[in-house]
Design a protein around this ligand. Sequence first.
Ligand code: F6P
Length: 357
Amino acid sequence: MKRIGMLTSGGDCQALNAAMRGVAKTLFNSGEAVEIYGFLDGYKGLIYGKFRMLTGMDFSGILTKGGTILGSSRTPFKQMRDPDENGLNKVEAMKQNYYKLQLDCLVILGGNGTHKTANLLKDEGLNVITLPKTIDNDLWGTDMTFGFQSAVDIATTAIDNIHTTAASHGRVFIVEVMGHKVGFLTLNAGMAGGADIILIPEIPYDIDKVIEAIQKRHARGSRFTILAVAEGAMSKDDAKLSKKEYKKKMENYPYPSVSYEIADQIQKKSGMEVRVTVPGHTQRGGSPCPYDRVFASRLGSEAGRLILKGEYGFMVGYKNREIVKVPLEDVAGKLKTVDPGSSIVKEAKMLGISFGD
Ligand code: F6P
């Protein structure tokens, strides 16, 4: 008999359900007796003992369903060792609930913060297997995370739709793309959507270079320009600031986000009309794309296989076109970012895309 606990933590994304279904189907099809307990709303469910037993029916019909059947929440890693408002030791509480249910393993689906806590639980002696979810694709140890390709599709559609209206009005348009502190989503959606300028955190921009790129296009006869701007994009000046100085600047920041600052600067310096579109959380919503359905199912299946073999302490990832297991301690606390010298950036530049650098 295998008893498995499952939870989804952090910001949701597409294909979380597909991944859990992959784990469950593999376990149920193995012929071994299996019980699966789903903890509700991320680590909160594990801390406060909120769970329900999941049967085959719970995993039926969810391959195409966005969100997570278990619910999710953000439980910051930094506060994991702090007692809650009633003095509860959260780490001890999670361990007690694990032992009370006599679990063989916890399957944890999440991004960066989630992996730090998963590694902590592993260090505390629990058996853990993780799966890499995030639209940001910023997890160390895997070339790809599920949710990413679906979000690329949605952000690309946003840029596609802006194209026609931008052309009609001869305006400059900024589409702000999610991705937290990294630029994978913006780079890929920007290239897929034919953006003229792509601004990502890993390549700080100079606003004068951005305006120069727009003016060059207009001098060549283009009526409009589209910028794909990462929500974490940074100017060269801001990139030089220390963490403390940057925090101070942000305290009195007059814009809702960096895209509005860039729009304001372009308008003031060049007199061009600029509009900003922020697709925001739509990028995390809806049905997973076919790639993510297949990818998440494969990762889930491999997680099931590892559980059946009793191999714990790994994230199931993807390297060089193969599904692989990566030790949790190699993943936790590291960020994967776009390499400004990578071939995709070079190719984008050769296509005439400006990074404002
Ligand atoms: O990590 C996924 C992500 O969607 C980021 O791209 C974004 O910065 C963040 O989560 C938004 O978080 P929240 O849903 O908590 O506002």
